[in-house]
Design a binder for this molecule. Structure first.
Ligand SMILES: Nc1ncnc2c1ncn2[C@@H]1O[C@H](COP(=O)(O)OP(=O)(O)O)[C@@H](O)[C@H]1O
Ligand SMILES: [Mg+2]
Length: 319
C-alpha cells in the first residue's frame, strides 16, 4: 500500500467513524422517542417486578454500565487505530523519501561513472594510444635500418607486433569505457558500430538494427542510456540465448516518448528468473529516466523481448 492509498484509507476511516457515530446518535434519539411513546420503562418495571426473585430489575443498571464500558472500549480502539494509521502514514512517507534519495544517489553514481569512464577513455586515447603509435613508428624505422632476416630485425618486428597488440587491447578498453562515435557522430553511429562489432564476433547470428528516421533530439543522458541498454541486451543475447537472430529497434513513441526493443529468437528468459545485475541495472536505468522495462516473448512466439519505453525528456541527467 503506498502513501496516497494509506492517506485515503485514513480519510475513509475518519468519515466512516463519524457516520457511525451519527447513526448511534440517531438510534439513541429514536429509542428515546419510542420509549417515551410506549412508556417503556413502566412496562419494563412492571415486567421485572414479577422476576424480582432473579434480580431481573437490576438488569437495567447492569446494561447501562455495559453500554458505558463499550463506549469506553470503542474510544480506546479508535484512538489506537488513529495512532497506528498516523504512524503508518509517517513510515510510508519516510520510505518514499528514502526511495527518492536512493534513486537520486543511483542517478548521481551513474553520472559520475559515465564521466569517469569518459575521462579514462580520453586519457587512454590521448596518452597511451599516442605513445604506442610512436613506439610502433620507431620500431618500423629501426627495422628498415637493420639487415632483413637478422635476429635484431626479427626482435624489432616482434616489438612492433607487441606494441600493436597492446594498442588493440587499449582500443577495446577505450570502446567499452566510452562508445566510439557517441560524442562525435551521435547515437545512430555508435549503435551501428556496436551491432557491427557483434556481427563480426558472431557471424552465425543475424543482427539487425532499425532506427526510426524521425527520432527527436535525445540529449546526452538519453543517448548514453540507450547505448548502455543495447550494449547489455546484446551481451545477454550472446551469453545466454543461443539465438540465430537478434534485432534492435529504436523508434518514436506516440507523443514525445521513445521505444527501444531488443529481441532474439533464442531460448527465452527462464521461468524462475534470477535477475542479475544486467537486467536489474537496465530496469533501474529506464526507471531513473522516468521510463520502464517490460520483458516478454517476441511475436514469433519464442525467444526474449526487452521492451523499453522512455520519455524523450528524461527526469535526470545521467551522463
Ligand atoms: N536474451 C536472453 N535469453 C535468455 N536468457 C536470458 C537473456 N537475457 C538474460 N537472460 C537470463 O537472465 C539472467 C539474468 O541476466 P542478467 O541480469 O543480465 O545477469 P547475468 O547476465 O550477469 O547472468 C541470465 O542469467 C539468463 O539466465
Ligand atoms: Mg547480463
Amino acid at each position: 500500500m503506498n502513501l496516497d492509498e494509506l492517506e485515503k484509507l485514513a480519510r475513509v476511516v475518519r468519515l466512516r467513524t463519524l457516520r457511525d457515530l451519527l447513526g448511534v446518535a440517531i438510534v439513541t434519539v429514536a429509542a428515546f422517542g419510542l420509549a417515551s411513546a410506549l412508556e417503556l420503562n413502566e412496562r419494563i418495571n412492571h415486567w421485572t417486578e414479577s422476576l424480582e426473585l432473579f434480580q431481573a430489575d437490576e438488569l437495567r443498571t447492569t446494561l447501562l454500565v455495559l453500554a458505558a464500558a463499550l463506549g469506553w472500549f470503542s474510544w480506546r480502539r479508535w484512538t489506537e487505530l488513529r495512532r497506528e494509521l498516523a504512524m503508518r502514514v509517517e513510515l510510508e512517507a519516510d520510505l518514499a523519501r528514502s526511495l527518492e534519495d536512493n534513486r537520486d544517489l543511483t542517478r548521481r553514481s551513474l553520472e559520475v561513472q559515465e564521466r569517469e569512464r569518459k575521462d579514462v577513455a580520453h586519457e587512454l586515447h590521448d596518452e597511451l594510444g599516442q605513445y604506442l603509435n610512436a613506439i610502433e613508428i620507431e620500431a618500423v624505422g629501426l627495422r628498415s635500418r637493420l639487415e632483413s632476416g637478422s635476429m635484431a630485425a626479427e626482435s624489432v618486428e616482434r616489438m612492433r607486433g607487441l606494441a600493436r597488440h597492446v594498442y588493440e587491447v587499449a582500443r577495446t578498453l577505450m570502446y567499452r569505457l566510452r562508445p566510439v562515435g557517441l560524442d562525435e557522430f551521435g547515437l545512430e553511429e555508435a549503435l551501428q558500430h556496436l551491432v557491427d562489432g557483434w556481427q563480426q564476433q558472431r557471424p552465425e547470428v543475424r543482427y539487425t538494427l532499425a532506427i526510426d528516421a524521425e527520432l527527436p533530439e535525445l540529449g546526452e543522458a538519453l543517448n548514453i542510456a540507450v547505448f548502455r541498454l543495447v550494449q547489455e541486451s546484446l551481451t545477454n543475447i550472446a551469453r545466454h540465448s543461443g539465438a540465430r537472430n537478434a534485432a534492435v529497434r529504436l523508434s518514436r513513441l506516440n507523443g514525445e516518448g521513445l521505444r527501444l526493443t531488443v529481441e532474439d529468437d533464442g531460448c527465452g528468459l527462464p521461468t524462475s528468473l534470477r535477475p542479475g545485475l544486467g537486467l536489474t541495472g537496465m530496469r533501474e536505468r529506464a526507471e531513473l529516466l522516468g521510463g520502464h522495462l517490460h520483458t516478454g516473448v517476441p511475436e514469433g512466439g519464442s525467444g526474449t523481448l526487452l521492451d523499453f519505453r522512455l520519455p524523450a525528456n528524461p527526469q535526470g541527467d545521467n551522463a
